[in-house]
Design a protein around this ligand. Structure first.
Ligand code: SF4
Length: 372
């Protein structure tokens, strides 16, 4: 029998997806997180989907799993893997032939795992996955089944009957509860956007009632498929975060990510909000992993991407190169260097590239310093 390595439980004090940990440990950014895109199929067409323009109705064969596993073997400091799509569980074959083996690999190596899913399919899919998975990451941006119907099929190109959407909504809630009961950390992510920014407390309440262990909150930055959606001002985002903090359940872990606020900001309102986030119990602010400790691998082409959101084309291919080598090349790239700042006292390692482009085009972060 193989002994499983003992792992520190995931908690507000232990988030191995945060790039700050490896930066502090190694004195430079290191590749600790690999994300796999395992499908371009999905049963939904959400308005805000970050990969909406890549979704298809059919897809080609994937690269052999063994090839991926041997590339993972080479990643010296690997700590986490994430599996994403499309809807990764859309095809049961993908679940059996790729997802479960990848998760088993992670378990055998003491690596944490996350699956990004809409959990709207039959529970039997998730039952196959649950025994090997650490974090089930779901999107939850709704206050009702009608919201889900409107947002989740906004780009289907045909009308989806309300009754079908309501069934999926109810199944999603039921599946989230069952997964929590099975010991999986269910983390529901809400995006602060033009639709949700005044509804965050209501959304939070529903996530609590679903029995999720964590509520993850990210501002939505219009990009790619969602590029035509209205952007919020920083003031509107600050207000949304503040309202949510005022109304939240202090027992529920809240993880904020990709915030457009930094401790070096010249705006005291940004710094005050960051200070409040730092004081709140069970609230964490994750540094942005995009291009810092994570690479994304496309399982169809082998292409490696350094960021999820900004428009940087594939930076290499697993068929030709070790992932650690692709990552080192990226760290030397001028774009990566432009946001490679670090203020240890503020526990901050710089802005997301897309956020810099949107709100801080003129700022040279390499000359900035946290004001504490
Ligand atoms: S690490 Fe960069 S973004 Fe963060 S406070 Fe320091 S200078 Fe600003």
């Amino acid at each position: 029998m193989t002994l499983q390595p003992l792992l520190t439980p995931l908690s507000p004090q232990n988030d191995p997806w945060d790039p700050l940990g490896s930066l502090e440990r190694f004195g430079r950014h290191a590749l600790t997180s690999v994300e796999f895109t395992v499908t371009n199929l999905c049963n939904m067409r959400c308005e805000h989907c970050a990969v909406g323009d890549t979704l298809t109705m059919r897809e080609a064969d994937k690269l052999p799993l063994e090839r991926m596993l041997s590339r993972l073997d080479e990643v010296e400091h690997l700590q986490t893997i994430s599996i994403t799509g499309g809807e990764p569980s859309y095809s049961e074959r993908t679940v059996r032939d790729y997802i479960v083996p990848l998760l088993k690999y992670a378990r055998s190596r003491g690596i944490r795992s996350q699956l990004n899913s809409n959990v709207t399919l039959d529970y039997s899919r998730y039952e196959l996955i649950a025994p090997y998975l650490d974090v089930m990451h779901i999107s939850f941006n709704y206050t009702s089944a009608d919201d889900f119907h409107e947002v989740g099929f906004a780009r289907s190109g045909h009308s989806v009957p309300r009754a079908a959407a309501v069934r999926m909504y109810e199944r999603m809630i039921d599946n989230a509860r069952r997964l929590s009961a099975a010991g999986v950390l269910v983390s529901a992510e809400s995006m602060i956007n033009f639709r949700t920014h005044r509804k965050m407390p209501e959304i939070h309440q529903l996530i609590r009632e679903m029995g999720c262990e964590r509520h993850e909150v990210h501002p939505m930055y219009p990009s790619a498929w969602a590029g035509d959606l209205p952007a919020l001002s920083k003031q509107q985002m600050r207000e949304a975060v503040t309202e949510l903090l005022d109304a939240r359940d202090p027992q529920l872990w809240m993880l904020f990510g990709t915030l457009p606020f930094y401790a070096c900001s010249s705006d005291p309102a940004d710094r005050e909000l960051l200070a409040r986030l730092g004081r709140e119990p069970r609230v964490t602010v994750r540094n942005d992993p995009d291009g810092r400790n994570r690479l994304n691998v496309n399982l169809f082409t082998g292409e490696v991407f350094v960021t999820d959101f900004s428009d940087i084309p594939a930076f290499g291919n697993v068929l030709d190169e070790r992932l650690d080598d692709v990552f080192s090349r990226w760290l030397d790239h001028p774009l990566s260097r432009s946001v490679n700042c670090h203020c240890p006292a503020a526990a901050c390692c710089g802005p997301n590239l897309l956020v810099k482009q949107m709100y801080y085009e003129e700022i040279d972060f390499m000359k900035q310093k946290a004001v504490l």
